[in-house]
Unconditional design. Structure first.
Length: 259
């Protein structure tokens, strides 16, 4: 499959249905190493732009699809990307439906114990036949994996093995610990999906569909969590604009070289 680049990040280009198909095939094939899925947004782009090693780590994921309309739109403009935005929280719901139909077991890691308990409660109501495996959510990890944090992460995951793990520890903790430990994890597929546990628990509300279609979900979240998100959105927005300007300059040079 064609790779699509934006700044330091590379995207694999699958559709949402394509992601589900690959996850299902991987689980059914009995592969021993987990398939990894990430959904980078402009915050990931900022992190990758400032840290080349972190960019390489993100790009190691088996599936990388854009979460957020700015990233998806930029990919269409500069990299011939044909897909759209695939929000990690939406993809997670699709995965839960897939798991219920195919009898895959699912676990979630991330969030406080209270939030995780509410998420499990809501999932059981929505997906009554789903095989839910309760895992510890309140796992404190550093941004950069250490020998101790990696060991704690592996032990916490493997004590309750699942087919699919929704990893909601936040970026870049989720991606960093996943890549540092993937060969030791007793899981078939792992999705790094950030705040999904909060959405599943109902502690953070998703924007209405019309707000999402207008590309304003970020503003809806900012209103809900201004003190936590405003610095992140500001710094990520500045980086995103910088990346776009760099992509424009590269496009101009390419056009000039053809003359």
């Amino acid at each position: 499959m064609t790779e699509h680049r934006l700044g330091a990040l590379s995207f694999s280009g699958e559709s949402a249905s394509g992601v589900l198909s690959k996850i299902s095939e991987h689980i059914d094939d009995g592969s021993t190493e987990p398939m990894t899925v990430i959904t980078p947004n402009i915050f990931h782009l900022k992190l990758a732009s400032k840290d080349r090693m972190l960019a390489e780590l993100f790009n190691l994921a088996d599936i990388r699809v854009p979460d957020g309309w700015p990233v998806a739109a930029a990919l269409r403009l500069f990299s011939a990307y044909k897909g759209g935005r695939i929000a990690g929280s939406d993809l997670s719901l699709d995965v839960l439906s897939l798991a219920e139909k195919r009898s895959y077991s699912v676990g979630i890691m991330g969030g406080s114990d209270h939030v995780l308990a509410r998420a499990y409660e809501n999932i059981r109501l929505e997906y009554p036949k789903l095989k839910i495996v309760e895992m510890s959510g309140n796992l404190t990890l550093p941004t950069n994996p250490t020998a101790n944090s990696r060991r704690n992460f592996v032990e916490t995951v493997n004590i309750t093995p699942v087919d699919i793990l929704l990893l909601c520890l936040g970026a870049p903790k989720s991606e960093a610990h996943l890549q540092a430990s993937r060969s030791d994890l007793d899981v078939k597929a792992i999705l790094c999906v950030g705040a999904t546990v909060d959405f599943l628990a109902g502690s953070v509300k998703r924007a209405p569909s019309w707000v999402q279609r207008m590309g304003l979900e970020w503003a809806y979240r900012l209103v809900q969590e201004p003190s936590r998100l405003w610095r992140r959105y500001l710094s990520s927005g500045i980086t995103f604009i910088t990346v776009i300007m760099q992509e424009i300059l590269v496009s101009i040079r390419r056009l000039n070289s053809k003359d």
